[in-house]
Ligand binder design. Structure first.
Ligand code: UDP
Length: 382
């Protein structure tokens, strides 16, 4: 680090790869910091489960996809621990095993500010900071839309940023003071937030038809859920649509779908890097209830059909989308087909969902969060 950069405020982002959303949120914020305050900060990302947890907690990242699919067990542990007092008891039990790891984290990552985008580090790290008399701003950016687990709400934090009004109730229940809370939105990468290119031009580029309604089917980064069954049913129902299937990192599924003889136009992709273009060029989104994908789709003004959610933390994402009229919950394939038919036959209802999605969109969230960070680090005087 040269002398000039040594003077810049240094921010440590605390995250872990339990799902893709925590990393994306941290990256969206660092990107916004670079855009709003070029060269004013230095930062680093710390995966606290991977690098600062004793076994077996250090395996949380790789184990998460399997564990979160064990619906009943996952929901049971989520619900049982979702209480501020119980959470403190759980952390007190873990404290003797984790404290040396947390002290090591603090020793190895001195900084001017911590920004956490994960629920499970906040209460214990703030306790470790108190014990080591480290008095630095600690900002929590909540990355679940509504079903915000009690672990998020460490009331010693300097500030807690929540994405929706619906998340306020749980924060207050966890004894967070109203002036500690700020409702901003879920941080989303800048390329989703800029309007670039006409729908028509993007469809030309992607080779998609102009005369069809295009359904975008996405199963998160891993291509999760019954994507094959849903695609076949849409094809067999002979809806007057084109279908775009994103299989993510699921290479086996991609190969399988490429060998099917489709009777409607079907475009199959693996993991795509230009998701903003895909969302802008499509007419409906069919997806699992990931908070990142939902927030991106709202910005693109896409009506959403949710076919799957992880119990616990993603349940509120479903109610948020439905209650606000931006989409529907369709856990059975029949429900999906019915919804598609309904929207195809009732363009005004489809438009209502588009309008509601746009109303909920928070394209400025990352930049507003960047400004909150800067305001606590006195960047303008440097
Ligand atoms: N995504 C992508 N390309 C793909 C599939 C997914 O860029 O081919 C991105 C998607 O835009 C979103 C993220 O992966 O930003 C998935 O995050 P989400 O919170 O929806 O679900 P998670 O994977 O964390 O459960």
């Amino acid at each position: 680090m040269d002398k000039s950069s040594a003077k810049k405020p240094h921010i440590v982002f605390l995250f872990s790869d339990t799902g893709g959303g925590h990393r994306s949120a941290a990256e969206a914020i660092t990107e916004a910091l670079d855009l709003e305050y070029p060269h004013k900060f230095t930062y680093e990302m710390v995966d606290f489960f991977l690098n600062y947890s004793p076994p077996p907690l250090n395996l949380a990242g790789p184990v998460y996809p399997t564990w979160s699919k064990m619906d009943t067990l996952w929901k049971f542990s989520f619900d049982q621990s979702d209480d501020p007092d119980r959470m403190r008891v759980i952390y007190s039990m873990f404290w003797p095993y984790i404290r040396l790891f947390l002290y090591k984290l603090l020793r190895e990552h001195p900084c001017d500010m911590f920004v956490s985008v994960h629920p499970l580090i906040n209460i214990p790290l703030l306790r470790a900071m108190r014990r080591r008399e480290i008095n630095k701003p600690y900002l929590i950016v909540v990355t679940d839309l509504v079903s915000t687990h009690a672990a998020w709400f460490a009331n010693e934090a300097s500030q807690i940023i929540i994405p929706t009004q619906q998340a306020v109730r749980k924060a207050i229940r966890a004894n967070v003071k109203p002036d500690q809370l700020k409702i901003i939105g879920l941080p989303v990468a800048d390329r989703f937030c800029k309007l670039v290119g006409e729908k028509k031009n993007i469809r030309d580029k992607l080779g998609w038809p102009h005369d069809k309604v295009v359904i975008l089917l996405v199963g998160g980064g891993e291509g999760m859920g019954p994507l094959e069954e849903i695609s076949r049913e849409i094809n067999d129902t002979n809806l007057d649509v084109a279908l775009v299937v994103i299989t993510g990192r699921n290479k086996k599924l991609k190969k399988k779908l490429e060998n099917v003889k489709w009777s409607i136009p079907v475009h199959i992709y693996g993991f795509v890097k230009d998701m903003p273009d895909f969302m802008r060029a499509a007419d409906f989104l069919l997806t699992k209830a990931g908070p990142g994908t939902i927030s991106e789709a709202l910005i693109a003004g896409l009506p959403i059909i949710l076919y799957h959610r992880i119990s616990g933390q993603e349940e509120g994402n479903v109610s948020y989308v439905i209650d606000e009229g931006a989409g529907v919950w369709a856990p059975e394939i029949d429900d999906i087909i019915e919804t598609l038919k309904y929207w195809l036959e009732n363009p005004s209802k489809r438009q209502e969902a588009v309008d509601n999605a746009k109303r909920l969109a928070r394209p400025n969230a990352s930049r507003e969060i960047a400004r909150e960070i800067a305001s606590r680090l006195d960047v303008h005087n440097r």
